[in-house]
Design a protein around this ligand. Structure first.
Ligand SMILES: Nc1ncnc2c1ncn2[C@@H]1O[C@H](COP(=O)(O)OP(=O)(O)O)[C@@H](O)[C@H]1O
Ligand SMILES: [Mg+2]
Length: 408
């Protein structure tokens, strides 16, 4: 037997782990892909999806459906919930139909989305190599031959359309002759409210035979949702109502986003557990909020084009040197210095001014126009993020790393 040394921090960690998780009784229930059995405030949407898909129970083709609403409004959870229930009912009644769910952002390409559909209906296609139209036509032939009745859900469908246009959706929604006596109904889900405008008129009317909008949740609704979720995921007495309320309030008003609320609660729980606290409290939620916001900033920074990164760093330097007089002019001068150091050719003031407006939209800088009467106007520029959070991300970028070093 290994001797336990009470001063050894590892012993403490492992013995705590052996005791089991103090706060969580079901950690999975706070992960974002968890589908709860009960979805409060979504009765109307659940019934609508149910009604639209019900014809499949007497072997008729359900209408195509377009679902949209902001992130975290329950679109994925509600759709999966209805599909699971429908699948169960169909099986019990020995009705042979297939329900296929895929996420376009995860699959990444048209080809992989179709390959997923193929494998789910029992048709094997090579991993790569065929033309997309060829894969679709094999699927259609296979469905015809076997009279397959399929409901296909493409979640985050806007990713496909942004990357490839709407030709595939056109082909899918016009394929009934090629599949009959089988059929394929399509449910498209989009987080992007403007998605419909990116579709051509012919696809628009075919895909949105039926349409469903998921509105954002209020803070009060989020509190109810979260209270239910906490009772599944956390041990009784291991969290305060105030902590739940704070998660709801921080995800309500501005966002209406249940994913953010659930994420906040999970991360706060992990922080409390790591601290070996016996109770999840408001202060844990506040630390979790900082972490979530830092993650959001890092994500936004990572994907910026190089000139925007340099402009942002110039804004940070300019504001550090003199916060009250940091303007589009001082930022531009700094930006030109930085470009020289990287060997990149500087963009014009006009382009940089455009990039500053974009950074403002992303919430990374604030750009306010100040009028100096007859001396003209200028834009006051100050960063909305700290040098530390920018440095964390820029250190991992080869070009930007050089610009973090002090000038000699
Ligand atoms: N009405 C609800 N009741 C319980 N949990 C919900 C509800 N709406 C959303 N959630 C939960 O919030 C998270 C995000 O929901 P999701 O369906 O993924 O949103 P969307 O697909 O609209 O972005 C998931 O963990 C989900 O289980
Ligand atoms: Mg979703």
């Amino acid at each position: 037997m290994i001797k336990q040394d009470h001063n050894d921090p590892l012993d403490l960690i492992f013995s705590k782990a052996l005791e089991g998780r103090v706060l969580f009784k079901n950690h999975k229930a706070l992960q974002s892909d968890f589908v709860p059995n009960h979805l409060p405030f979504r009765n109307n949407q659940l019934s609508s999806i149910g009604q639209i898909l019900a014809p499949i129970l007497h072997s008729s083709k359900p209408s195509n459906l377009l679902i949209y609403g902001k992130t975290g409004t329950g679109k994925t959870a509600a759709t999966k919930h209805v599909i699971a229930k429908l699948f169960e009912t169909a099986q019990n009644k020995k009705i042979y139909s297939k329900f296929v769910y895929c996420n376009a952002r995860m699959s990444g390409t048209e080809y992989r989305t179709l390959a997923e559909l193929a494998s789910n209906i029992g048709l094997s296609v090579p991993f790569t190599g065929l033309a997309v139209t060829e894969v679709l036509s094999r699927i259609q032939q296979f469905m015809k031959k076997n009279s397959l009745k399929v409901v296909l859900v493409i979640d985050e469908i806007d990713y496909l359309v942004k990357a490839y246009g709407d030709n595939l959706l056109y082909d899918i929604t016009t394929s009934s002759d090629k599949i009959s006596p089988g059929f394929l109904s399509l449910i498209g889900i989009s987080n992007d409210l403007q998605f419909k405008e990116q579709l051509g008129a012919r696809v628009q009317s075919r895909l949105s035979e039926e349409e469903l909008v998921f509105p954002p949740y209020s803070a009060e609704e989020l509190r109810t949702i979260l209270t239910e979720r906490a009772s599944i995921a956390l041990n009784p007495g291991s969290y305060t109502n105030a902590a739940i309320g704070l998660c709801a309030a921080l995800s309500g008003s501005e966002h209406g986003d249940a994913r953010r609320a659930v994420d906040l609660l999970r991360i706060a729980g992990e922080i409390a557990e790591r601290e070996a606290s016996e109770c999840l409290e408001e202060r844990h939620v506040r630390i979790a909020l900082q972490k979530i916001d830092q993650d959001r900033v890092s994500e936004a920074l990572k994907t910026l084009p190089i000139h925007s990164k340099i402009v942002l760093l110039a804004a940070l330097y300019s504001s550090k040197a003199d916060p009250t007089h940091s303007s589009s002019g001082t930022v531009y001068d700094k930006y030109c210095d930085l470009c020289k150091r990287t060997g990149l050719e500087a963009l014009t003031t006009r382009r940089v001014s455009g990039l500053l407006t974009e950074l403002d939209t992303l919430g990374l800088v604030s750009a306010t126009v100040v009028n100096y009467g007859r001396y003209g106007r200028t834009k006051k520029i100050n960063p909305e993020i700290s040098m530390e959070s920018a440095t964390k991300v820029f250190e991992t970028d080869d070009t930007m790393k050089l610009l973090l070093l002090p000038l000699h």
